[in-house]
Design a protein around this ligand. Structure first.
Ligand code: SF4
Length: 371
């Protein structure tokens, strides 16, 4: 039996470019929005021949800032998706929203399209920090959006946070965490700031004071502790949820499930192949789609299974590895596993391997062993 698909739809437009952002998004091309949405709808329709027999268990509309787009255009995307795919009745359907870009009418329209989960980008609850990283909203603007979403009936909301921001210390970040926890969202993502080449903050990094590595780890540990005390489970390195609200769409990625991506730069993984759409919007508008496609070797698939699965606190099960690859995990990775267990980076219990607290702290080092 074929497994369900997860669908990702990329909307690459923003009101302005945040100073840390290297995502595929444009703040200077609003004139292309209409044509882009049409091209996106066409790409979805065209996927019918190959994948129209598949069921869909999650949809994620990300960006960019999808909430910048008129709701009618988002509605049109859902019409196309429903025309091509059978959606599971309990499908998780998420959209990313930036504060100030979705009023009550837009949020109500989202609900009418079947969207049942919002992911709101707050990043920080401190207005000075928000300005420093080039976010165009304030904490009170965020709060208006959050409250409007609750009033519209959204009962599954994620709030995105970033820590280790320029000029940030533990106390300021604790204030952001406390503010967010008081709102009681169902899900919180908290990522450590990464300075990406080509961004404003990368180019101007020496103009700011940055938390050092120890402070970064302190802020991470504080996230885990405060969220744990408030009833949120760290189910993945940077993702925290109240029981039952883990993001099912992202779990598909971490568990090596199949997904299809639509829009520029969108990645897909289906039938053992990985492919990615062109990142050049002009090409995409002309109907060019896939720019690269790779058939993964078994070694690649096994390695991904390990390092993606280990991101999750439930880790990887030996029996799942055996079912999927017909091989014993220890035959392939026995050496790496025993080394990580010996060094206190990984636990090996009841046929399951998972990271210890020390392993979570240096997870990239652990993952590198499986590549
Ligand atoms: S809103 Fe998101 S995608 Fe857009 S510039 Fe800011 S961080 Fe990047």
């Amino acid at each position: 039996m074929m497994s369900d698909l997860a669908l990702y739809v990329h909307i690459p437009f923003c009101a302005s470019k945040c100073r840390y952002c290297d995502f595929l998004s444009f703040a200077d091309r609003p004139g292309l929005i209409n044509r882009y949405m049409e091209a996106l709808a066409d790409e979805i329709s065209d996927s019918y021949d190959e994948y129209g027999d598949r069921c869909v268990s999650s949809i994620y509309i990300g960006g960019g800032t999808p909430s910048l787009i008129p709701e009618e255009d988002i509605g049109m995307i859902f019409e196309r998706i429903r025309a091509v795919y059978d959606l599971r009745p309990d499908a998780e359907i998420s959209i990313e929203v930036n504060p100030g870009s979705a009023d009550s009418d837009k949020l109500a329209a989202y609900r009418s399209f079947g969207i049942n989960r919002l992911s709101i980008g707050l990043q920080s609850a401190n207005d000075d920090e928000l300005a420093r990283i080039g976010r165009i909203h304030t904490r009170s603007g965020f709060e208006n959006t959050y409250r409007a979403a609750r009033e519209c009936g959204f009962d599954n909301i994620n709030i995105d946070l970033i820590f280790s921001l320029p000029g940030q210390d533990k106390d300021i970040y604790a204030g952001t965490l406390k503010y967010v926890l008081d709102l009681k969202p169902e899900h919180i993502s908290a990522y450590s700031m990464q300075l990406e080449e080509g961004t404003y903050l990368y180019e101007h990094s020496d103009e700011y004071e940055w938390p050092d590595e120890d402070e970064d780890r302190d802020m991470y540990h504080m996230s885990v502790r405060m969220m744990g005390e408030a009833g949120y489970d760290r189910y993945e390195i940077s993702n925290f949820a109240r029981p039952g609200y883990e993001c099912r769409h992202n779990i598909v990625y971490w568990r090596g499930g199949e997904y299809l991506g639509f829009g520029i730069g969108a990645a897909s993984y289906v039938g053992g192949s990985r492919f990615r759409n062109t990142e050049v919007i002009e090409e995409y508008l002309r109907g060019v789609r896939c720019s690269e496609s790779t058939r993964l070797s078994e070694a690649d698939e096994m390695s991904e299974f390990m390092f993606l699965g280990l991101r999750m606190s439930t880790g990887v099960r030996r029996s799942d590895f055996l079912d999927r690859f017909g091989k014993d995990m220890d035959e392939v990775y026995g050496h790496q596993i025993s080394g990580c267990v010996r060094d206190g980076l990984m636990c090996d219990e009841k046929g399951t391997l998972f990271l210890t607290e020390k392993g979570f702290d240096i997870s990239n080092y652990v993952f590198a062993k499986f590549i």
